[in-house]
Design a protein around this ligand. Structure first.
Ligand SMILES: O=C[C@H](O)COP(=O)(O)O
Length: 252
């Protein structure tokens, strides 16, 4: 049985004061009781990892994990501005997002690089959250499955069996930050297609991999999405900035 996993992605938002308030509010809320067998995390900007790691450690119950939003594809060395997976691990990260569409679109990241980053994350003992998804044009021209299939195929080629230790986030680009959430059925159909594709490679890998949905998840649509058989949780952007909304989605 795959656990339901809810991960917040603050993107480039936050401040020392706001982060402290958010983590204290969420920890207090989680201490009131959460559904059993679920996992929660928040992926914060790199400069705030140390602060948030300490704040999370100060929570009396270990409900919440820490994550990062990107990582270098290199182990160490002359890569100015990059952050190594080993550094994220040292700071207490459990999850690292790789291949978010904003990295693909604005930083020209390609599937091969995304897979290399995922390998670095795995080698450092963390879980990569590998993002895939199609644009509005690709969906409108009926190519959404072909596009996502191509992205997944590149991950399978590099990661092979190690995909069993990864999470996949299906994030249709047209739904990110737009308020246009994919209907639960549209999301389920793509999640099912991804699982079938993984099963072509290895049935065990396919049954183990958690597939999260991301794109305009809010407290009022999370219940229906998370009820779908192939949707194993969510990667939450905008709504994760508000601690009450994050808690409501985490309980959905
Ligand atoms: O990583 C999160 C996704 O990009 C979704 O963002 P959103 O919930 O603001 O649409």
């Amino acid at each position: 049985m795959r656990p339901l996993i809810v991960i917040g992605n603050w993107k480039m938002n936050g401040s020392l004061a706001k982060n402290a308030d958010w983590i204290k509010t969420v920890c207090r809320g989680m201490e009131q009781g959460m559904p059993a067998g679920r996992q929660y995390a928040v992926c914060v900007p790199s400069p705030y990892l140390a602060q948030c790691s300490q704040l999370i450690a100060d929570c009396s119950l270990a409900f919440l994990s820490l994550g990062a939003q990107d990582v270098s594809a290199h182990v160490s060395g002359a890569h100015t501005g990059e952050v190594a997976a080993s550094m994220l691990k040292e700071l207490g990260c459990k999850y690292v997002i790789v291949g978010h569409s904003e990295r693909r679109q604005f930083h020209h990241e390609v599937d091969e690089q995304v897979a290399e980053k995922a390998l670095q994350v795995l080698d450092s003992g963390m879980t990569p959250v590998i993002c895939v998804g199609e644009t509005a044009d690709e969906r409108n021209s009926g190519r959404e499955e072909e596009v996502v299939r191509g992205q997944i195929a590149k991950q399978v080629a590099v990661l092979q069996d190690r995909l069993a230790d990864c999470l996949i986030a299906y994030e249709p680009i047209w739904a990110i930050g737009t308020g246009k959430v994919a209907s639960a059925q549209v999301a389920q159909d793509m999640h099912h297609a991804i699982r079938l594709q993984l099963a072509e490679f290895d049935v065990d890998v396919a049954s183990h991999v958690g597939i999260l949905y991301g794109g305009s998840v809010k407290p009022d649509n999370a219940v229906e999405l998370f009820a779908m058989p192939d949707i194993d949780g969510g990667l939450i952007g905008g709504a994760s900035l508000n601690p009450s909304d994050f808690l409501a989605i985490a309980r959905a």
